[in-house]
Design a protein around this ligand. Structure first.
Ligand code: CTP
Length: 419
């Protein structure tokens, strides 16, 4: 069966390019269902899209182009990919805020298939903090983007905001469609985020992990059709849909959640920043400055000179345990966040934890590490592979990591794991 793409066209001068895109998609065998915003229809007529795609091109959410169906729900359910080309400032704002007030936004907000946005707008509108905040929110919600380029804009200025060209968008759509079924039937478990190790009822030890890398990996695997389990420490990220989400707090809880599900997984990705140490004892009551527990009691103690001494114990290394239990056909991917001797430390982890891949990143480099939206990683494989990736968004890095795992010949490949 041919792939189905809903093509949402919103109001930007670049709307005319969407007609070319629709035509090329149809020629390449994709079934295209167009929808437009009312303002987009002032740039290009819906009749153009109807003629090019042989499907209705609704605008208003109450239109009934598919007899007996609620159109926006039907469109949302019957597509493999939803592409919004161009995506105007207004559409970005409405999607980021859940405003389903026309056919395009109602269908997109009801859609669980991947949504690809190709923004196109004036530089001032692109740079506007409201747009930038909406983009950040949409990225967190799992939307995919084709970034606008710098160039001459319709408003006779030069700057960022020019929608990517049609061949680039076409290639991205085909790549996403091709990936979609590539991990169908593969079971993937991802750990993400930090853990919290409680000291007392109000305090804990934790780290700076945002969870973004792990969430990006889980979402990328889900978009390839895998059955995904995401075991996540506490993060500020929205909970992704379409996967099993297992929230945990401590390293011990993460260990139990992972090990109880490990045997049935084909691919395990340990992206969590698991605490290496936890307090030996958790105080039942809040630790007070005035009445400290006795030093060396095994928990927290306050010394005569002032200050607090914590007694910590090493947590179980979940990844190392997965390495010991690894069965044939299972692929194990770990992370190595380092501040020095990156590749040496990473290679040692690859070997000592019996991994198939280790994703090494030097967290001291600008643009790499725990907190931000980007990362710079090198992939080391058990067969001697070494793949250095440039500065990428965590989402792009996730795709490249999954590509590397897919490309590995032999029993590590997802195709083999399901056969
Ligand atoms: N990891 C884990 N369980 C732990 C600690 C780490 O599963 N208790 C996993 C992380 O998810 C990551 C990898 O191990 O994939 C590397 O963790 P890291 O803490 O950087 O390495 P360690 O082996 O703990 O070594 P060190 O702290 O000395 O760098």
């Amino acid at each position: 069966m041919s792939k189905r793409v809903v093509l949402g066209v919103s109001a930007s001068v670049a709307a005319y390019k969407a007609a070319d895109l629709a035509s090329q998609l149809v020629k390449s065998g994709v079934e295209v269902f167009p929808v437009m915003t009312a303002d987009a229809a002032r740039f290009v007529q819906p009749a153009t899209f109807r003629a090019l795609t042989h499907h209705p091109c609704p605008i208003d959410v109450f239109e009934e182009p598919f007899p007996g169906e609620i159109a926006h729900i039907w469109l949302a359910r019957h597509c493999d990919l939803f592409a919004i080309v161009p995506a105007s400032m207004n559409v970005l704002a409405r999607l980021a805020n859940g405003l389903a007030d026309d056919m395009l936004t109602a269908a997109a907000l009801a859609c669980t298939a991947p949504i690809l946005l190709a923004p196109g707008m004036n530089t001032g509108m692109w740079d506007n903090p409201a747009t930038q905040a909406n983009l950040a929110r949409l990225r967190d919600y799992g939307y995919y983007f084709i970034e606008p380029t710098t160039g001459r804009l319709a408003c006779r200025t030069e700057g960022v905001g020019r929608m990517a060209d049609v061949p680039t968008i076409l290639a991205a759509i085909h790549e996403m469609l091709a990936r979609q079924d590539s991990w169908r039937g593969v079971r993937v478990l991802v750990t993400a985020g930090p853990t919290r190790e409680p000291l007392d009822p109000v305090r804990f030890l934790s780290n700076r992990s945002s969870g973004k890398m792990g969430y990006a990996l889980a979402e990328a695997a889900r978009a390839r059709g895998a059955a995904v389990t995401l075991v996540s420490g506490p993060t500020a990220l929205p909970r992704p849909g379409g996967l099993e989400f297992v929230p945990v707090e401590t390293a011990a809880q993460m260990r139990d959640a992972v090990l109880s599900r490990a045997a049935e997984q084909d691919i395990l990705i340990a992206a969590a920043a698991v605490a290496d140490y936890a307090p030996v004892e958790v105080a039942e009551q809040k630790i007070k400055k005035e009445a400290p527990p006795a030093p060396n009691s095994g928990g927290a103690g306050q010394e005569e000179v002032g200050g607090l001494t914590l007694v910590l114990t090493e947590t179980d290394d979940i990844l190392a345990e997965l390495g010991r239990r690894k069965r044939p056909g299972q692929t194990l991917i770990g992370f190595a966040a380092e501040t020095e001797h990156l590749l040496d430390h990473a290679r040692r982890k690859l070997e000592s934890k019996n991994l198939d891949w280790v994703v090494a990143n030097d967290v001291t480099q600008p643009g790499a590490g725990f907190d931000g939206d980007t990362n710079i990683v090198t992939l080391l494989g058990a067969r001697g592979e070494e793949i250095s990736l440039p500065l990428l968004t965590k989402r792009e890095a996730a795709e490249r990591i999954l590509d590397a795992v897919t490309a590995t010949p032999g029993e590590q490949s997802p195709g083999r794991a399901t056969s």
